[in-house]
Design a protein around this ligand. Structure first.
Ligand SMILES: Nc1ncnc2c1ncn2[C@@H]1O[C@H](COP(=O)(O)OP(=O)(O)OP(=O)(O)O)[C@@H](O)[C@H]1O
Ligand SMILES: O=C(O)C1=C[C@@H](O)[C@@H](O)[C@H](O)C1
Ligand SMILES: [Mg+2]
Length: 167
């Protein structure tokens, strides 16, 4: 079993919102590893970061990615930092992986001072710039499809992905 598409990209790229739109277009289920991790841990991601720290979150994330990539055949969204782990990048090989590209300015507008994103709780512009600089090469290294999201709705982005996906 293999996901129809796996979405990667920065916080605010729209992995969750575009992923839900894409799954609806394809008539398949949507799954988000962030939600899987919260279900396993029994608490929201900010609480995992506060109680056990980011390292522990990344352990849970590697397990969530390995399970979802091998057990699921719908549209799968990964957390924004999942590609940092080599294990996760290796797990993506051979799959249709979509990089949702977002500019720094647009990502800052979409994410704002959001309480649900522990890494961005303080100074989101500087933090997002750091994350993007570090991660863009990694997103590019795993992607088989790249789509721009600035100035487009999640539904418009989903339509482009449908046209680019191999059957
Ligand atoms: N193409 C888009 N145009 C405008 N707003 C968007 C677009 N995609 C997402 N958004 C908005 O940006 C915010 C972040 O989107 P979303 O939660 O889907 O991003 P994400 O990539 O899943 O982020 P994270 O990595 O933090 O889970 C939401 O408020 C969403 O409504
Ligand atoms: O960019 C990141 O490192 C993260 C993004 C979110 O999707 C969550 O996976 C978590 O908040 C960490
Ligand atoms: Mg998300």
């Amino acid at each position: 079993m293999s996901p129809r598409a796996i979405l990667v990209g920065s916080p605010g790229a729209g992995k969750t919102s575009t992923g839900e739109a894409l799954a609806a277009r394809l008539g398949v289920a949507f799954r988000d590893t962030d939600a899987d991790i919260e279900a396993t841990a029994g608490k929201p991601i900010p609480e995992i970061f506060l109680d056990e720290g980011e390292q522990h979150f990344r352990v849970l994330e590697r397990a969530a990615v390995a399970t979802a990539v091998s057990d699921f055949d719908g549209v799968l969204a990964l957390g924004g930092g999942a590609i940092l782990a080599e294990d996760n990048r290796t797990a993506l090989a051979g799959h249709q992986v979509v990089h949702l590209v977002v500019s720094l300015g647009e990502a800052v507008k979409r994410v704002g001072l959001s309480s649900g994103r522990p890494l961005l709780a303080i100074n989101p512009r500087a933090t997002l710039k750091y994350l993007l600089d570090q991660r863009i090469p990694l997103y590019e290294s795993v992607a088989t499809i790249t789509v721009e999201t600035d100035g487009r709705t999640p539904e418009e982005v989903a339509d482009e992905i449908v046209a680019l996906l191999k059957p």
